[in-house]
Design a protein around this ligand. Structure first.
Ligand code: ATP
Length: 309
């Protein structure tokens, strides 16, 4: 069953159009990255999904139901939410915090203990939360969101303040949940490193959907150039001449250091260029960099077009 369906959703606050004509879906076992500048409408989208706000117009369905209606409360237990600034009562220990949430969610406290182990906090369960690092608090926040074994998980800026290792571990847990069939919406301003953990990206700009699709689809749509970098022990001028002989566009090449050159080329040329470069015995290294999520994001946010639905 489709977990989330937004169709032509509009949300207006007084005279602010927070969202306009937003349509998107989320399926089980899918991670959707929701990206946008400050004020783009990400939090409003989350609030509509949680049933904390009602759309001004359009359809919002979560598990096939309207989330702001009273009878939705039983389904709400199947949603896990990790807010951006997670805070807990500092005098409680990690175990006490999670047991408290377990009671609120009517979940067996033994499950809470199992989760503390799963998120790697076993060693600190009896320490007061005020002694926890930001990463430990974020793990506790994730454990709280996972308590009722959610089918849908909403993560708002989950890795802000986490170090690179903690971020990787966090995304490792998200990957596991996705593989178990959980649907995840991941809001983030921190784009580097996110791309391999999402199935699709939704890019919002001023309340409108600017792009929606897998990275491959967004790359095809944006048609941004790829960056090619080659390294050789040859002198730079000799290398440049060899590349010119291979019909590479040498006029756009930039020297990176004495033995490395870099240039941009159309994505459609990738295989042709690779074949030609691979035949050059003097090349020590070839690197082709496709447009990153960050450059796709910039492209779609800056261009005035939007996704029609
Ligand atoms: P950020 O990245 O800064 O958290 P966001 O993408 O989450 O931004 P939203 O919080 O959804 O953006 O806000 C979208 C727009 O709606 C903004 O212009 C915001 O000021 C406005 N807005 C949000 N909530 C309200 C409200 N309760 N009353 C009035 N305006 C609101």
């Amino acid at each position: 069953m489709t977990l989330i369906r937004l169709h032509q959703v509009q949300k207006r606050f007084a005279n602010v159009e927070a969202l306009q004509a937003l349509s998107l879906t989320l399926e089980p076992g899918e991670v959707l990255g929701l990206f946008g500048h400050n004020g783009a409408g990400k939090t409003t989208t989350m609030k509509l999904i949680l049933g904390l706000e009602k759309p001004t117009q359009g359809i919002v369905e979560v598990f096939g139901q309207s989330p702001w209606q009273r009878h939705f409360s039983t389904l709400r237990h199947q949603i896990g939410f990790l807010p951006e600034s997670v805070s807990f009562y500092p005098q409680l220990t990690g175990r006490e915090v999670l047991h408290y949430f377990a009671r609120l969610k009517k979940v067996d406290t033994r499950q809470a203990d199992g989760l503390l182990e799963r998120i790697g906090l076993t060693h600190a369960v009896n320490r007061k939360v005020k002694t926890y690092s930001k990463g430990m608090r974020q793990r506790l926040g994730l454990a709280q969101a996972l308590l009722s074994q959610p089918k849908l998980l909403l993560l708002d800026e989950p890795t802000v303040g986490l170090d690179p290792i903690a971020t990787q571990e966090f995304y490792g847990m998200v990957d596991e949940l996705r593989d178990q069939g959980c649907g995840v919406i991941l809001c983030s301003h921190v784009l580097p490193g996110v791309e391999k953990h999402i199935n699709r990206a939704a890019i919002l700009g001023q309340g409108r959907l600017r792009a929606l699709g897998s990275l491959a689809e967004l790359r095809a749509q944006a048609n941004l150039p790829m960056t090619i970098r080659v390294t050789s022990a040859l002198a730079r001028s000799t290398l440049q001449q060899q590349l010119a002989d291979l019909e590479m566009s040498t006029e756009t090449m930039r020297p990176i250091n004495g033995h490395t050159l870099e240039w941009e080329s159309s994505p459609g040329n990738k295989m042709r260029i690779l074949r030609r470069l691979a035949q050059q015995p003097e090349l020590d290294d070839i690197n082709i960099q496709e447009p990153s999520l960050e450059s796709l994001y910039r492209h779609f946010v800056e261009q005035p077009t939007e996704v029609r639905s």
